[in-house]
Design a protein around this ligand. Sequence first.
Ligand code: SF4
Length: 274
Amino acid sequence: MTYTAATLREVTARRRFAETHYPTRTPLDLLTVSNPKVAKGAAELGYLPAVLHLAPHTLSGANLCPWASRECAAGCLNTSGRGGIALDASGLNAIQAARVRRSAMMIIEPDAFAAQLVAEVQRHARTAARHGLRPCIRLNGTSDVAWHRTFPQVIAATLETGARLYDYTKRPVPDAAAAGIDLTYSYPGGEGKAARRYLESGYRCAVVFDTPRGAPLPDEWHAPWGNAYPVIDGDAHDLRFTDPAGVIVGLRAKGRLRGALASRFGFVQSSLQV
Ligand code: SF4
């Protein structure tokens, strides 16, 4: 991936800001590894997940979500949970600052970034094995990077460990699947041309509903193009690659999206599907 000089300057400036305002004594880890005692649902399915959280959309100074809609960028899950607590005027807290620093490392020092990421993936695989589990990894926890194009060596090294790779994406074509990444298309609102393409090719499609926490999701999603698709509960666990093909992965609105107005062609869909 090549970046303009202006983008590199901006990324460097934001990294410096993050380092200055949120200094840490510990080295920057790239992967966030689940604790098998906490991620019980995943452990019951035989997996230990790890996620790479980068700074979404343009938060790092470079756009890591080139297909984001205005609504999804505004309501990104990046700020759900601890990621959204006590944000400063720049939209940062310690968690967001770490995401900016990881993104900057990826952009400015790609070789060092790739080497560290591969080392952490291998360590994760050993940890999973110690627990009698299989590793699984989401590289786009809060980004939409085309890893198969920008860091194919990371994809190859990850698959070599036996880890499952899976991601949500808004990329209009499922080309990353050929590289061994399990894909779930993430509906950003609109007419849904890409969503239809993915579903008709047997992929899943994630849709955010205004369903409150704990309440049941609708049984079906009535897509903008007129077809209806069965909805499964995507909040039960995150291991999308264990889901059936061609279904809607229903997600309840969280973080800044909680309470957002649902609309027919919006990022948040109504739980009253008629
Ligand atoms: S594409 Fe995904 S990660 Fe990027 S801004 Fe939208 S919801 Fe967030």
